[in-house]
Design a protein around this ligand. Structure first.
Ligand SMILES: [Zn+2]
Length: 244
């Protein structure tokens, strides 16, 4: 497994910039992974990285739902993953908006188990300052699961989620990393359109038009046509390698 960082491969004695790596996306609800980093996931897949998506809870729209809707949500989630080229989507099956009723350790344990199995170089997770309580708690649990003893992890980034990050107060999401998704914005939108039950009418932020506008506005912060922005939780450059 290679690294998010550039550097010298000690065995080969060559620079290992931008080579394939393992990626894990940790999201609270189905569609958060697309809203937060759908375009970046598509770029990882295009580079040949193996991307795993882990979703902690059932969807918000399932709160009063029937079994049929549950099956449909499962289908939407898998269609969205396929649209980005992701084969491995796992659900922990926790009840939506109920993470605060359980001990945090119950959330940490399955995350730790998955991280030790997958051994990702890069982890993307929900931002802990979001309005949504599940997002906050999942971030706390993820932070424990990715602690620095897991020395295969090079970088952890928190993503923003439309209709939760910007609805929090105080608004503390201050990005420090931008990924150019000009080439994968259409894939992100195609993946999001699979989540028919989660989409809303414009000007709701969870509408396709608003998602496009957001990506374009985020891009222009760094003179890019479209981007996703992240907050760095931790980056560690080991074994003499340097940050890219
Ligand atoms: Zn969510």
């Amino acid at each position: 497994m290679t690294s998010w960082f550039a550097g010298v491969d000690r065995k080969e004695g060559r620079v290992t910039t931008n080579e394939p790596c393992g990626v894990l996306v940790i999201a609270a609800h189905p569609d958060d992974e697309i809203l937060g980093c759908g375009g970046t996931i598509a770029l990882h897949v295009a580079r040949g990285d193996i991307v795993h998506v882990m979703i902690a809870c059932e969807s918000e729209s399932l709160r009063y739902s029937s079994r049929d809707q549950n099956v449909d949500m499962d289908r939407q989630m898998r269609q969205a993953a396929r649209a980005l080229g992701v084969d491995d989507v796992r659900q922990l099956g926790f009840p939506d908006q109920r993470l605060d009723t359980m001990p945090l350790i119950d959330l940490i344990a399955p995350l730790e188990h998955a991280i030790r199995e997958i051994r990702p170089s890069v982890v993307y997770c929900q931002y802990g300052g979001d309005l949504n309580r599940d997002h906050q708690l999942l971030f706390k649990a993820a932070l424990v699961a990715v602690r620095p003893m897991e020395e295969f992890i090079d970088a952890i980034f928190a993503f923003e989620t439309l209709s939760s990050t910007e609805w929090a107060y105080p608004r503390t999401f201050a990005p420090d990393s931008w990924v150019d998704i000009t080439d994968t914005l259409e894939s992100k939108l195609a993946a999001m359109s699979c989540y028919r039950s989660e989409l809303r009418e414009y000007p709701h932020p969870r509408s396709l038009k608003a998602i496009r506008s957001k990506a374009e506005a985020t891009g222009t912060q760094c003179c890019l046509a479209a981007a996703e922005a992240f907050m760095t939780v931790r980056r560690v450059s080991r074994d003499g390698r340097l940050p890219a």
